[in-house]
Design a protein around this ligand. Sequence first.
Ligand SMILES: NC(=O)C1=CN([C@@H]2O[C@H](COP(=O)(O)OP(=O)(O)OC[C@H]3O[C@@H](n4cnc5c(N)ncnc54)[C@H](OP(=O)(O)O)[C@@H]3O)[C@@H](O)[C@H]2O)C=CC1
Ligand SMILES: O=CCCC(=O)O
Length: 378
Amino acid sequence: MAKILMLKPSCSSNHYLTTASILSPQNAAVSLTKATMAMCSSFCPRINIQFRAKPTSRFSIKPQFSVQFKAFSSQDSNPPPKDEVPTRIGFLGLGIMGSPMAQNLIKAGCDVTVWNRTKSKCDPLVSLGAKYKSSPEEVAASCDVTFAMLADPESAAEVAYGKHGAASGMSPGKGYVDVSTVDGPTSKLISTRIKSSGALFLEAPVSGSKKPAEDGQLIFLTAGDKSLYETAAPFLDIMGKSRFYLGDVGNGAAMKLVVNMIMGSMMASFSEGLLLSEKVGLDPKVLVEVITQGAINAPMYSMKGPSMVQSLYPTAFPLKHQQKDLRLALGLAESVCQPTPIAAAANELYKVAKSRGLSDDDFSAVIEALKGKLDKLS
Ligand SMILES: NC(=O)C1=CN([C@@H]2O[C@H](COP(=O)(O)OP(=O)(O)OC[C@H]3O[C@@H](n4cnc5c(N)ncnc54)[C@H](OP(=O)(O)O)[C@@H]3O)[C@@H](O)[C@H]2O)C=CC1
Ligand SMILES: O=CCCC(=O)O
């Protein structure tokens, strides 16, 4: 039986907690001491990534447990001394992803100031203790590190360096961490504008969707100023389960686009399979089960398959954003003359789905583009 061990940093005290707990099958909490955690880390020296460890007697837990660590900290970045830790965090963009990410920072005890174009989305976070400012500029001016989670390259650029954008509130000693999914050239432009104020810049797009954002289980793909990466690390660890530092600005964006290009093609292919199985008289629910047990298993299939079979697409990752990512990935591929025929075909399918009014549905609604007529519109 798999059980989850969450090691969560806290803003208000030491970033590297000294205790954590495991839930037993009876939900009895077992405390782990710092010494035990040190033993855990000796199983896997790279504790800045998630790993599974087979139980041993050293854990003093029953052998049928396997333990999944939400691990952070690390080799490559030591926790900054407490008096150097920035305590004022800005968060711009409170959509499906930004809201739970900001919420996790607030719940961890961070001093968070929020802004969103549609102001009402700030209200639940203000109720939880966040401060509100009426522009990205004001947020940036009042915070040490400002995160931004915007829809696309246009909105990310607008919020970063448009009128009353964050860049106007930036100055030396501050940092801007853009966690939106954008293309490399846009990220570089944002970096240039932010850095012209003397502030630091980090791009940090995320893998993982609505639920991982709620659970603090995102994967950060970062690039840019290493010192800002180190400063931001404790906050990334509150919102995520792992982080990669990939070097120069553009590399994080490129990694994210390649990952989402693969994901978009996988979903398109899965959609074809579901519909084909049904047409030849098979039960698509059984197809999902078969896939789950084989070599092509991916969490996405078992998570999305059952609702796709029912033509339900509750939005976690909006289809319009998946199509945006495919479009940007195709641009990336073209910039280096890399053929990507499968992604190009998948992109066309998402465009069809968009033209049928499915932009704001989950990206799994791409299956509708393969149906003769739209069930949900008929
Ligand atoms: N959902 C997911 O599973 C994942 C999404 N991503 C990426 O994260 C980013 C955000 O995604 P998600 O939260 O799902 O998207 P949403 O569409 O839910 O939220 C988009 C956010 O951008 C804001 N915004 C849009 N246009 C503008 C503009 N012109 N000026 C200012 N603000 C604007 C929206 O403000 P308003 O509320 O006013 O509309 C909202 O805060 C995207 O780049 C997406 O590709 C990455 C990983 C997973
Ligand atoms: O950009 C969205 C990614 C969604 C996911 O990784 O599940």
